[in-house]
Design a protein around this ligand. Structure first.
Ligand code: CMP
Length: 429
């Protein structure tokens, strides 16, 4: 090869430090080649055959990782060399492809001659090493810069997400507050009277939306429907189930004309229908979705009370002359647990001066430290109130429960409903 190429060889980073004589010997091994822009001079998939000294033009090193499209790593300018790595480490393929960005002139050396060169001239090894060290330093800088940018980006993304979460949380809180207001509106009036009968109800909500339900509604001139229940769980779901059940009860307990006489569907039959609708429309067989429900139909004249209970944990109390007793000892299955179940109807007759009291489990389970309010305390307090005042009203009991809680918020919501039966003459029409 022509001596005029000697200055070019001298400029190449691989051959720096070699004497004229040594460069001439290298020159004899070199082959000149030209490539058009866009040509792949080296392909990543191919085994190493030659090492290239870049004389003119620019090339780009591109590497593809695990089937991804190749990404550019670095651009090389005249004076650089490439294709050496695979030869040095005796690899079966190149570590990257090298593509001509412009028309390119190179001088190339067979892999075997390159190895000889390294063996004979230790300077070349030093040149390769210093090139690698510089590359590594550049790489470190680029990494640090990328990390710095990514850190900034990440911090920005975290701020954005936090803001979005806060907005979402505010929206949920607004919706929950709205749901709570709607739920309160579903509760019965705190006081309601019918001739000789006075009904009081109260409700202490816990922080979350609860699934407690009570209500009183008039079926006809003589009869009242009374119910109380608890949907298993809290939150929007429980509140929605509660309003669904309320509607279901109030539309199911109806007066029907049978043999020219108006009768009211017995509470057991109503619970049987509610259980079926609940399973088909709401729980769809999921055993974790259920509710407890007590339903009674009160004849205000005769003071007879027909009732049925589905899973009620706390049986309603009857108070007679300051003596409490439970309306029933054991309840039937909760609504939603057993498909096609038939609920039975039981009967009780109240007397003038009696009181009926329904409370949800939240009252019994209200805790102060290790102690819970409990059934015994409920009976004692209700009896005492009846002895002291002659009547058991929901708000009087609520103040006893609040006193017991000693300012702590309730863990579960609490519902209370009391019916006080007045004197015979007040009831007479
Ligand atoms: P080799 O692995 O034989 O084939 C691809 C060549 O691209 C490689 O040798 C080096 O010459 C060059 N190369 C690969 N990675 C880099 C890099 N990160 N910086 C500079 N050149 C590289």
């Amino acid at each position: 090869m022509d001596d005029s190429l000697l200055p070019i060889l001298m400029e190449n980073k691989l051959l720096q430090g070699l004497t004229d004589v040594q460069l001439r010997r290298v020159l004899a091994l070199l082959k000149g080649e030209e490539f058009a822009a866009g040509t792949s001079i080296i392909r990543q998939s191919e085994p190493p055959q030659r090492v290239y000294l870049l004389v003119e033009g620019r090339v780009e090193v591109r590497r593809s990782l695990l089937g991804e499209a190749p990404g550019d790593i670095v651009e090389l300018v005249p004076g650089s060399f490439f294709g050496e790595m695979a030869v040095i480490v005796d690899a079966t393929r190149h570590s990257a492809s090298v593509v001509a960005l412009t028309p390119v002139k190179v001088l190339s050396l067979a892999a075997r001659d390159f190895t000889l060169l390294l063996n004979e001239y230790p300077e070349t090894i030093r040149n390769i090493l210093s090139g690698t060290v510089l590359q590594l330093q550049g790489l470190n800088k680029r990494w640090l810069e990328t990390l710095r940018i990514e850190k900034k980006l990440l911090a920005w993304k975290v701020r954005e997400h936090t803001r979005e979460l806060e907005e979402m949380n505010q929206r949920v809180q607004r919706e929950l507050a709205l749901a709570q207001t709607i739920q309160r509106n579903l509760l019965p009036e705190k006081r309601k009277s019918y001739p000789g009968i006075s009904i009081t109800t109260d409700y202490i909500p816990c922080e979350e939306l609860g699934g407690d339900i009570t209500g009183v509604f008039q079926i006809d001139e003589m009869r009242l429907g009374v119910y109380g229940g608890d949907v298993c769980g809290h939150g929007i779901y429980a509140a929605m189930v509660m309003s669904y059940v309320k509607k279901l009860i109030e539309t199911s307990v109806k007066r029907i004309l049978l043999n020219r006489q108006y009768i009211v569907k017995p509470p057991g039959a109503v619970l049987t229908t509610i259980n079926q609708s609940f399973i088909t429309e709401i729980s769809q067989g999921d055993p974790e979705i259920y509710l407890t429900l007590f339903l009674g139909v009160l004849d205000m004249e005769k003071l007879t009370f027909e009732f049925s209970s589905a899973g009620t944990h706390v049986p309603p109390l009857v108070l007679t002359g300051g003596i409490p007793s439970v309306l029933f000892a054991q309840s039937d299955f909760p609504i939603g647990h057993v498909a096609n179940h038939e609920y039975a109807t039981s009967r009780h007759k109240f007397a003038s001066g009696d009181a009926f009291l329904f409370v949800s489990d939240g009252v019994i389970e209200a805790r102060n430290g290790e102690t819970s309010f409990g059934m015994d305390r409920l009976m004692e307090e209700a009896a005492r109130i009846q002895k002291d005042t002659g009547r058991v009203e929901a708000d009087a009991l609520v103040s006893r429960v609040r006193e017991f809680l000693g300012g702590q918020p309730p863990q579960d919501d609490m519902c209370l409903l009391s019916i006080v039966f007045g004197r015979q003459e007040d009831r007479a029409r």
